[in-house]
Design a protein around this ligand. Structure first.
Ligand code: APR
Length: 171
């Protein structure tokens, strides 16, 4: 399992091999963290993403990072579930996002990965439940990735992630 760290910051300024963006199925970019990633990576990101779209919820796919500064080499696009009350497999889909991102990262030889709080913005996933799923899935998945950095954009999300990491005995 990877070492997990929690930081408060902007996903697009993280010095890691790859970043994960919380995308939609078109991979053309949108709002939230996806908008920031596409703005930083440049228009080539949407062009590359559109050639791989549509991407199903729970899945992940990689493109180059284009204009993002090194050491970032890859953008891993994942589509989180839209929260619809919890009775439509949202938890399994969210866990699948984290698992698939690690699988894609492993295939690329990624050793450090930065990940936002997938689905907790526009898609409305309850942040505490999402934090628990993120940490438990990452801790429970065998991977060659050494460090997964959970990047919170607000203090509430940071606190939830840190609480989950402490509760689940993450390094
Ligand atoms: N760095 C890190 N985290 C960020 C940033 C950023 N620059 N900007 C936003 N976030 C955080 C949000 O505060 C939230 O905690 O990312 C988390 C995920 O929120 P969204 O970006 O809204 O993603 P999501 O809820 O998965 O919705 C995806 O929104 O942006 C569109 O194209 C995207 O249609 C897709 C949907």
């Amino acid at each position: 399992m990877p070492a997990i760290e929690v930081v408060l910051g902007d996903l697009t300024t993280q010095h890691v091999d790859a970043i994960v963006t919380a995308a939609n199925e078109s991979l053309l970019g949108g709002g939230g963290v996806d908008r920031a990633v596409h703005a930083a990576a440049g228009p080539e990101l949407a062009a590359a993403g559109s050639r791989l779209a549509p991407l199903d919820p729970g899945d992940a796919v990689a493109t180059p990072a284009f204009r993002l500064d090194p050491p970032v080499r890859h953008v891993i696009h994942t589509v989180g579930p839209v929260w619809e009350g919890g009775g439509y497999g949202e938890a399994d889909l969210l866990a699948s996002c984290y698992r698939r991102c690690l699988e894609v990262a492993d295939a690329l030889g990624v050793r450090s990965l930065a990940v936002p709080a997938i689905s907790t913005g526009v898609y409305g996933y309850p942040p505490a439940d999402a934090a628990r799923i993120a940490v438990s899935t990452l801790l429970g998945t065998r991977t060659g990735v050494d460090v997964v950095r959970l990047v919170a954009f607000d203090e509430g999300t940071r606190d939830l992630l840190e609480t989950e990491l402490a509760a689940q005995g993450g390094r």
